[in-house]
Design a binder for this molecule. Structure first.
Ligand code: ATP
Ligand code: MG
Length: 765
């Protein structure tokens, strides 16, 4: 029990302190955004350790991203010091990986199993669809993986689905066949996809009660953040872990009182906000929170109402929006941080206009003393980043995309990781296939098919088949190339025990000539790829330095689990760009929510989903409530979608914000522009004015056909220049060199802007 004057309770309000010190066996903390849920959970963990209520090793805390887990671990360490070592603070997925790595052999998997990320999964499903000719039925990798995932999240496995297949529906029959082949291939490759990690852990606990008992005895305190976004499978996992242990399940080695009475159920704390449930499409189930009291009788429920994050104006706007969702408990969220500025609204002419607004406002914020890392830009769909990136690059505005097509999804990175996977887990057929002809060694699809057929006939793995290439009657050149590859894999496998992940990766890069080939290439993109290869080597070296006993398998686990939000780097000084989904749980001083338009937010797909609109509104609410000081909401009047300019209407959500909380601006196009969305809301989208041609072409030129290179241009502070769009101006500062040279220019008409000299449409005057 924590003493009332414990430093761990300092600064907390009464309800928060109650939540930190509660002794309840089941505790539910429900509260609005920014009310300190995550902070309370962190202090509660520290309190359990400090008061010796629990050893760190008896604590399992679940967060939504690896990044959040890392932060929580750091904060607990800051509160209780070294004692925090040995806690499990991780995502559901990482916790399951750890459990499965320990227990995999019980159900015939190797401990070194591979984890297929969504890209691997898509590649496999794509191939199976092609093999089955299922594309003719309209089945796509996205539809198949989506349906599979929904079923898995409901704990329906392929065998139990068999009984539900509608035989009269060819689509359903094909889906079942694909799914069944998919699971068979995963099993053959000793691989799990993300959903399987959870499903298999639940099945493990159900099939082996003695294994479940081990973890129930071990984790005496289970704490879950963002509980509103758990799906049924994750919920089932929590239920499995929070059961009492009967005397029969207690091992001989346990103390006598435990052998006699067994152990009561571990204590469970969950925190969440049903207004921030944004993963229903992935099977998240709000009912988990609503029905907590029923599922855990005697549970203590604590409500937090004070928001410590946002200015009152931001909170008022967010509250007004979310209150439009019926079927929710009204909350009374308040802030004592003062009213703050009005919310800035902006209506751009096009998405480039909108991006320009965001870039300009960021420039002003920096002048006001904000740092880049205090600023975030959110959007509903990944495709929206292109326009934003384009303007940001031109204006030398440092930014980082959190999630989206990221480092680990780049081809060269996937190639090298495939080598590592094939080395760690010889059964991983997908990995072996990927590297067969990478770098090119003259192995075509026919040879690949021969190898696969040989493996299937002989009942061996593809890796083993490589060693038998001599018997396949292939040409001498191909046979030689395959033997060489096989030899390399075998050799590197034999050094796994002694080599670090970085050493193995280095050997792969050197021995395959992968890097050298890229270096010699004339394609400028290949140079960027060399940088990526080196970057991966850097990641591996850092891992090997930081994890003395971490070998290749551990490295691959870490890499596979790097979730979208994990790339956020606070030290780098960059603006963070991310989807609204990724933004959950985070906070920034200044936030831009972009593309607040009908069809985008709410997204057009949501119209067909029951509850879809309410979920989109929650997503918008999540975005708004990330802001501490300044919130900007912007939209474009027309947007390029699939190469066509579409006319956009302002989002209905904007109408839900009280007018007096907002200040609107537009892109200054006079009477051709919409000045405020409020008037435009009354109009039919079709009647919106057409973009003026010249303006459009000008943008198109800038965005798509820039081939200029001003790197050699001699510039000095004080020089007068003219910019195609911004007109005349004076250079006020120059930084960086060569292609990274940045000029700060005071334009006579449009104020200060930063420009990347290399590509800016400027000339000296
Ligand atoms: P979300 O719903 O967005 O996940 P949350 O409820 O988890 O939010 P936190 O992130 O824990 O909220 O807290 C929001 C902010 O308020 C953080 O910056 C945190 O440090 C601060 N905070 C929380 N409680 C207090 C308090 N009692 N005094 C001062 N600041 C606090
Ligand atoms: Mg939180």
């Amino acid at each position: 029990m924590l003493p009332a004057d414990s430093p761990l309770l300092e600064g907390l309000n009464d309800r928060q302190a109650q939540a930190v010190t509660s002794q309840a066996g089941a505790l539910l903390i429900v509260a609005g955004a920014g009310s300190g849920k995550t902070s309370v959970l962190t202090r509660r963990i520290a309190g359990l350790i400090a008061s010796k209520t629990a050893w760190p090793s008896q604590i399992l805390a679940i967060t939504f991203t690896n990044k959040a887990a890392g932060e929580m671990r750091e904060r607990v360490a800051a509160l209780v010091g070294e004692a925090s070592q040995g806690m499990w603070i991780s995502t559901f997925h990482s916790a399951c990986v750890r459990i499965l790595r320990t227990e995999a052999e019980r159900f015939g998997y190797t401990k070194a199993f591979t984890i297929y990320d969504s890209g691997d999964q898509r590649a496999l499903i794509k191939r199976l669809i092609r093999d089955h000719g299922a594309d003719r039925l309209g089945l796509t990798p996205a539809s198949v993986s989506g349906k599979m995932s929904r079923l898995k999240n409901e704990l329906v496995d392929v065998d139990s689905y068999r009984g539900q297949v509608r035989e009269s529906d060819p689509n359903d029959v094909a889906f079942y066949q694909l799914w069944s082949d998919y699971q068979a291939e995963l099993a053959r490759s000793q691989a799990f996809d993300f959903d399987d990690l959870i499903v298999h852990t639940v099945q493990l606990f159900r099939a082996f009660p003695e294994v479940a008992a081990v973890y129930r005895r071990r984790f005496r305190h289970i704490l879950v953040d963002e509980y509103q976004d758990t799906n049924h499978a994750q919920y089932a996992l929590i239920r499995e872990l929070t059961q009492a242990v009967s005397p029969e399940q207690v091992p001989e080695s346990a103390p006598p009182h435990e052998r006699e009475n067994g152990l009561e159920a571990p204590a469970l704390t969950v925190v969440g906000d049903s207004d921030q449930s944004i993963y229903a499409f992935r099977g998240a189930d709000i009912r988990n929170i609503v029905e907590f009291e029923r599922d855990f009788p005697g549970a203590e429920v604590i409500l937090l109402e004070q928001n410590y994050r946002s200015k009152q104006t931001i909170l008022d706007a967010a509250n007004a929006v979310i209150s439009q969702n019926f079927d929710r408990k009204a909350k009374n969220l308040f802030s004592e941080l003062g009213a703050g500025d009005k919310i800035q609204g902006f209506t751009g002419y096009s998405q480039h206009d909108e991006a320009q607004f965001v870039a300009d406002e960021i420039g002003k914020l920096i002048d006001e003393g904000y740092r880049y890392q205090d600023i975030a830009v959110f959007y509903r769909t990944n495709a929206q980043t292109r326009a934003m990136e384009d303007v940001f690059i031109r204006q030398a505005l440092p930014y980082r995309i959190i999630g989206g097509t990221k480092f680990y999804e780049r081809a060269e990175i996937k190639d090298l990781l495939a080598y590592l996977h094939a080395i760690a887990n010889p059964a991983d057929a997908l990995a072996v296939r990927r590297i067969l002809n990478t770098p090119k060694r003259g192995i075509g699809p026919a040879t690949e098919a021969t190898l696969v057929a040989h493996a299937e006939q002989a009942g061996i793995t593809l890796s083993q088949a490589l060693t038998e290439v001599d018997q396949m009657g292939l040409g001498p050149k191909v046979t030689g190339a395959i033997s060489e590859l096989s030899q390399l894999l075998i050799e590197l496998r034999s050094t796994l025990d002694s080599a670090t992940a970085a050493e193995t990766l280095k050997a792969v890069i050197d021995r395959t000539g992968y890097r050298t080939l890229l270096e010699r290439s004339n394609d400028p993109q290949d140079l960027a790829r060399v940088e990526n290869v080196d970057e991966l080597l850097g990641v591996a070296s850092e891992f090997s330095r930081g994890n003395q006993d971490g070998g290749l398998v551990e490295f691959l686990t870490e890499v596979s689990l790097v979730a979208a939000a994990d790339e956020l780097d606070d030290s780098g000084g960059t603006v963070s760009l991310m989807t609204l989904h990724t933004a959950k749980g985070l906070e920034f001083d200044a936030v831009f929510v972009t593309g607040v338009e009908e069809e985008l937010l709410p997204h057009r797909m949501s119209a067909n989903e029951p509850g879809g609109l309410a979920e989109e509104r929650r997503l918008f609410y999540v975005g708004m409530t990330r802001a501490k000081n300044k919130l900007h909401l912007s939209l474009a009047m027309s947007r390029q979608t699939f190469g066509e300019a579409m006319v956009c209407a302002p989002s209905r959500f904007l109408r839900e914000i009280p007018e007096e909380l907002m200040q609107w601006r537009d892109s200054g196009l006079g009477d051709r522009a919409l000045t405020a969305p409020r008037t435009s809301l009354e109009r039919e989208p079709r009647s919106l004015p057409r973009p003026p041609r010249e303006k459009n072409t000008q943008w198109a030129n800038r965005i798509d056909t820039v081939v200029r290179d001003n790197s050699e241009m001699e510039l000095a502070v004080g020089d007068r220049i003219t910019h195609d769009d911004f007109g005349p101006g004076t250079i006020s500062a120059l930084t960086g060199a060569g292609p990274k040279r940045v000029a700060e220019v005071r334009f006579d008409q449009v104020g200060k802007k930063r420009l990347l000299v290399k590509i800016a449409p400027i000339s000296l005057t």
